[in-house]
Design a protein around this ligand. Structure first.
Ligand code: HEM
Length: 75
């Protein structure tokens, strides 16, 4: 992921979320909300498991990269 999202962007996002008091478990809640929203937007029957897990994977990678930056800044 960090190959495609600039390091300065990740650092910025880490900083924004740290300063807003976001903590690890919040990322799971937002993931659920994102997946449900996508399902709703494209229609339950059109949303395959493959599609959901692709979105889930992309989210997890981005979340991990942001969380790593938050840890770095908090240290
Ligand atoms: C992969 C996961 C996430 C991504 C890609 C993401 C992305 C963003 C972006 C692009 C912004 C706007 C930054 C700016 O002001 O320029 C933002 C702001 C924010 N995000 Fe996230 N976010 C993620 C997860 C979360 C989570 C888990 C929470 C906690 C519930 C959260 C809470 C917030 C808050 C409070 C702001 C500031 C809103 C404001 O300035 O009024 N985000 N996020």
């Amino acid at each position: 992921m960090s190959e495609r999202v600039a390091d300065t962007t990740l650092k910025y996002l880490g900083s924004v979320h740290l300063k807003n008091g976001v903590i690890g478990p919040h990322f799971e809640v937002v993931k659920e909300a994102l997946l449900r929203t996508i399902k709703e937007a494209i229609g339950e029957e059109k949303c395959s498991d493959e599609m959901s897990s692709a979105w889930g994977e992309a989210y997890d990678q981005l979340a991990a990269a942001i969380k790593a930056k938050m840890k770095e800044e908090a240290a």
